[in-house]
Design a protein around this ligand. Sequence first.
Ligand code: G3H
Ligand code: 13P
Ligand code: NA
Ligand code: ZN
Length: 311
Amino acid sequence: PLVGTKKMFEMAYKNGYAVGAFNVNNMEITQGIVEAVAEEKAPLILQISRGARSYASMSYLKAIIDTAVAENPDIPIAMHLDHGDTVETCKQCVDDGFTSVMIDASHSPFAENIEITKKVVEYAHAHGVSVEAELGQLGGIEEDVVGVAADDVSKHLTDPDEVVEFVEKTGCDSLAIAIGTSHGAYKFKSEPKLAFEVLEQVHEKLPGFPLVMHGSSSVPQEFKDLINKYGGNMPDAVGVPEDAISKAVKLAICKVNIDTDLRMALTAKIREVFSTKPEEFDPRKYLGPGRAAIKDMVKRKLHVLGCAGKA
Ligand code: G3H
Ligand code: 13P
Ligand code: NA
Ligand code: ZN
């Protein structure tokens, strides 16, 4: 069924795993994700960015997700707004039937972030919808917002001394923290490194409170290699090692956001079909294998996150 995230996070927190939050932009991506969680019996968060809303339109995305939910009555699926930019966007999504929204006012000063987040919480809670907020800044690119440069990420980590006041004043239900990850395929200039000490401190200050990790793709070597082999050009791509993700989910991380790895799986497969079968021009002959590649990637992630078998 279509559900909220409250129960999902309670279970994840207690049992030391995280729920995968995967970005959806079209039918094939959604089907690949949902087929994987159905086979692995995992809870699921399908998330929609502003970019996804403008690409596919909300009514198409909603219809696709409603269908996925109807076809998988045993799987808890939440529909979540990824990186809501304004109070208005969040309210719109509450009205559109989302069960969870993120307000990302992390680029605003602390007091303003609190004010904006609080307004979203008031509206969302009145409609039974949960709110994810963010403190600290991630690097990389999301839609038209350019984040902190990859080599500056460490200067914008979440300040553990701010989290209690932030959560108390806003009433948010979960908190995205910046511990050195960034969005996209180029997360680190040299060695991948996460600030686990920040995660540990936040975890201590907010016992029982669910935390969220963005920018959690791992940019698996074999997919990078496939893309580069079949005419792509992303030689310097680096992600978060999967063992670091598995370590974080045992602490308070209850939701892990993954988009880039699904994009890479789809792109690698389509490139492979294009180069090995240049005569092919039926979209089903490359989108179909692309969808299967997404399914395999999601299955792999469910095991990294420990949520397989938890639905
Ligand atoms: O936040 C970043 C996600 O990967 C969504 O990306 O804004 O390009 O849809 P997008
Ligand atoms: P990745 O770019 O690492 O997949 O992160 C996605 C994300 O955080 C979406 O909010
Ligand atoms: Na967890
Ligand atoms: Zn994000």
